[in-house]
Write a protein that binds this ligand. Structure first.
Ligand SMILES: [Zn+2]
Length: 327
């Protein structure tokens, strides 16, 4: 009995030692078989180096699809935003007015700027005085860029300074275009810029015989808002007022009193053709939001992936990428 017990104990110890000693070998063989069976089930072959990697893959059914941002309607986002600011859409823009509604559609992104900035109170300022009153409410930040005085709303300037620093770090630069009007503008500057496109286009179409002298004189004498309206009507007939006479004047200069520059939330950039520069600006909340106005950037302060949630849609054409109101 004692001997039997001894033999049994001895046998147990021998088996135990063999198992312990060779356990890693058994485990390795076992794991190879398990892996081989799994590989067969998934119909792919496994090389030893890939084994661990494959086994860590999640099941196909649990792969999470990336959340796509919801593209919202610009007008509904605008209305909700205005409610939060204690305003209504009619307060900022008379949509029955053909010019005002067109302006909102073309330049409206600026109304969805981040809360730490002040959007313009209207889509069209009607006088220098109104612009001055609004600009006085802003804590204007002034900086000298390459010898040019640039004025912007503080939060927009802060973002632009960061973008400029990052550009320098990358061996690039972000330079103001056409002097100080790259940033802040007054009503008179928007009027002057309008005339810089309006008058040459008028002469061009006179020479082409598409307008008579009488029509041209009448157009020139119209009150500003009426003049803008007539110009937009003529453009519907292919009589364009941009610098190349082949597209709307609104993509070249803003109608007087409507520029995003009046709100100190726009900046025109010399290096607009450099994609890396555009990416750096976008990273800091600056986007091109006026279709085909290539040097013009608007400060929105939002992340690019969030822009569809703000009712802005991305369009890409021969002039690059623009985030415009989804109307
Ligand atoms: Zn501009």
């Amino acid at each position: 009995m004692a001997q039997n017990l001894h033999v049994s104990f001895y046998g147990f110890m021998v088996k135990h030692l063999i198992f312990t000693k060779y356990f890693p070998v058994f485990a390795l063989i076992g794991s190879f078989f398990v892996t081989a069976i799994q590989a067969q089930e998934h119909n792919f072959t496994v090389s030893p180096g890939e084994e661990k990697h494959i086994l860590n893959l999640p099941a196909t059914s649990s792969l999470k699809k990336p959340d796509l941002p919801e593209l919202k309607n610009f007008y509904s986002v605008l209305e909700q935003t205005l409610v939060k600011r204690g305003k209504k859409k009619e307060d900022i823009c008379d949509e029955k007015d053909m010019v005002a509604s067109r302006i909102l559609r073309e330049y409206g992104s600026v109304f969805l700027v981040i809360d730490t900035a002040l959007p313009p109170p209207v889509c069209m300022f009607s006088s220098s005085e109104d612009v001055e009153i609004f600009q006085k409410q802003l804590g204007i930040e002034k900086q000298i860029f390459d010898g040019t005085v640039i004025e912007l709303q503080p939060v927009a300037m802060k973002a632009l300074l960061k973008a400029r620093t990052e550009a320098i770090f990358e061996g690039l630069s972000i330079t103001p275009r056409d002097g100080s009007i790259a940033g802040r503008r007054g009503f008179s500057e928007t009027l002057r810029l309008w005339n810089s496109r309006f008058e040459p286009a008028l002469n061009y179409w006179l020479k082409k015989g598409r307008l008579t002298q009488e029509q041209a004189d009448k157009l020139k004498a119209l009150p500003m808002k009426e003049q803008v309206k007539e110009v937009l009507q003529l453009e519907k007939q292919g009589i364009y007022f941009n610098s190349a006479f082949n597209n709307s004047i609104l993509y070249s200069v803003a109608a007087p009193g409507t520029s995003q520059h009046l709100a100190l939330l726009a900046f025109d950039v010399v290096e607009f053709e450099n994609e890396q520069v555009r990416e750096i600006l976008a990273k800091h909340g600056w986007y091109r939001t006026v279709q085909n106005d290539r040097p013009h950037f608007t400060f929105l302060g939002h992340k690019e992936e969030d822009l569809p949630n703000f009712g802005l849609k991305k369009i890409v054409n021969g002039n690059g990428k623009f985030w415009i109101p989804n109307t």
